[in-house]
Design a protein. Structure first.
Lengths: 202, 287
């Protein structure tokens, strides 16, 4: 499944680029994730997802596949597995920044998602909706983050992340930001959401 | 697949059930188990404890309370189907319940469980919304009532908080209304691609009141207000019904998935609304 989001921020492209590469600052935008390790271009983490009766914990890793300074494009691959349900989720995220005539920056985020295993058999496609919703929240938060403080400062202290709760997360960017997470490991959250949507086909 | 080990308790009163749930966000209420048990078996749910409401007599059955009908949350679909009070005062519930899954599921699945699970493709939430039902909820801080229109929040999400139990659903008695639940799915016993719950009251040739609830046209059940507004006071004639039904999808946001595109669902909403209204008008109404 392919999801596309775009937004513009009123900061120069170079400043936005610096923030985009700063995982500790970007990660908290993605609710539900906890970072368990970082090394060079790779990271590991977990994502807890809770929706109604459904509770999944994806453990996974991610890495920067590409960092194209000239094109202002970054590609991240992340994948995770929920050991209980034997489901997996994988995402390739491509984020591209482009300078705008007004001095601002346009960001295009394209996400390719693959969900497998029992959760994926769930069917009926709440998938697109929830995945879109989550990435939408991530993009909104990212836009705020890029706008608010282009200069690098210290990242929020990582803490145990709460499970994503659609109800509470919706419209709650501050809450989302509070959830400690790290880098795009958090994108696994999307996968997990997607997974939820797939269930049930009688 | 075998579910992961889970603690299990079967209280005999609502208070005990609430106490068993208190302070544990991972505790989960077990009603008829027709959605939860499959999730446990898929290991997509991992509650710390299951609080089975099956042993609480207070939660079962249908009774009258003045001008409302009180349906216990643990009343099975089968019991609802055969209940004379429901048949008399809220036949729409029976009409929709008859379309829920299959006979086996209906003998175990419950009215309240179906509502609390809040699946957007579930049939009963749209009915509850169309009927102006009120949810009665018990929790540690006592009981509260929530209108059906405020009960459903999102996919599989209601206002029910951890530690709260849906106790009963109050439905205003309606006599002299025509009603129908029109559901469309591609194979027998499947979830609704779209469903329409229609209630109509007429005075001779004029439609006086209309209530339409839609299943699976958003993440929560929605009222088709534009249809209701267009039809109130209109003549009970095919043209008026068709014109009103054309507004059925206004304000909705149906999902786009492997089963149906959003565009197809939009189309279905209009067609099914027209059919539901026609059937609800019934009798002397000649399509």
């Amino acid at each position: 499944m392919r999801l596309e989001h775009s937004f513009t921020v009123p900061v120069p492209v170079d400043a936005a680029w610096a923030v985009l590469l700063d995982l500790p600052r970007v990660a908290p935008c993605m609710p539900g994730a906890t970072l368990t390790g970082v090394e060079d271009d790779t990271f590991t983490g977990t994502v807890k997802v809770k929706l109604g009766p459904i509770a999944l914990t994806y453990q996974g890793k991610g890495r920067f596949v590409e960092r194209d300074e000239a094109a202002h494009r970054v590609v991240i691959e992340a994948s995770g597995r929920d050991t209980r349900s034997a489901g997996t989720a994988a995402a390739t995220v491509t984020a591209t920044l482009a300078a705008q005539d007004d001095g601002g920056t346009r960001a295009d985020v394209v996400t390719d998602l693959t969900v497998t295993g029992r959760p994926a058999q769930f069917g009926r496609g709440m998938i697109a909706d929830v995945g879109g919703k989550l990435i939408g929240q991530f993009a909104d938060c990212l836009a705020e983050t890029l706008t608010a403080s282009p200069e690098l400062d210290s990242a929020p202290a990582p803490a145990e992340a709460e499970p994503i709760d659609l109800l509470r997360v919706t419209g709650g960017a501050p809450a989302a930001r509070r959830l400690a997470g790290y880098g795009l490991a958090a994108l696994l959250a999307i996968l997990a959401w997607l997974v939820l949507r797939r269930r049930r086909r009688r | 697949m075998i579910p992961a080990a889970v603690r299990y308790t079967r209280p005999s009163t609502v208070d005990d059930a609430v106490a068993a749930l208190a302070g544990d966000e991972d505790a989960k209420v077990l009603a008829g188990g027709q959605s939860l048990i499959p999730l446990l078996r898929l290991r997509m749910a991992a509650p710390s404890v299951l609080v089975d409401l099956g042993g609480i007599a207070e939660l079962r059955g249908v009774r009258e309370d003045g001008d409302t009908l009180v349906i216990g949350a643990m009343t099975t679909h089968a019991a609802v189907l055969h209940d004379p009070l429901v048949a008399r005062y809220a036949p729409l519930i029976g009409q929709a319940t008859a379309t829920v899954a299959d006979r086996q599921v209906r003998h175990l699945g419950t009215f309240g469980g179906s509502l609390a699970h809040a699946d957007p493709a579930g049939d009963l939430p749209a009915v509850a919304v169309a009927l102006d039902a009120t949810m009665e909820i018990a929790g540690t801080s006592g009981r509260r009532s929530v209108p059906a229109t405020e009960f459903f929040v999102d996919y599989l999400t209601t206002v029910l908080q951890p530690g709260e139990v849906l106790v009963a659903v109050r439905v205003p008695k309606r006599e002299g209304w025509g009603s129908h639940y029109e559901k469309f799915n591609r194979v027998a016993q499947a979830w609704a691609l779209v469903g329409v719950a229609a209630l109509v009251r007429r005075d001779n040739g004029t439609i006086t009141e209309v209530r339409v609830g839609l299943t699976n046209m958003a993440t929560t059940p929605v009222r088709a207000r534009a249809v209701e507004d267009a039809l109130a006071g209109a003549a009970a004639e095919p043209d008026a019904v068709a014109a009103a039904a054309a507004h059925a999808a206004e304000g909705t946001s149906p999902s786009d998935d492997l089963s149906a595109s959003a565009r197809y669902r939009t189309h279905l909403a209009k067609v099914l609304t027209e059919r539901a209204l026609r059937t609800a008008l019934g009798g002397s109404y000649a399509p």
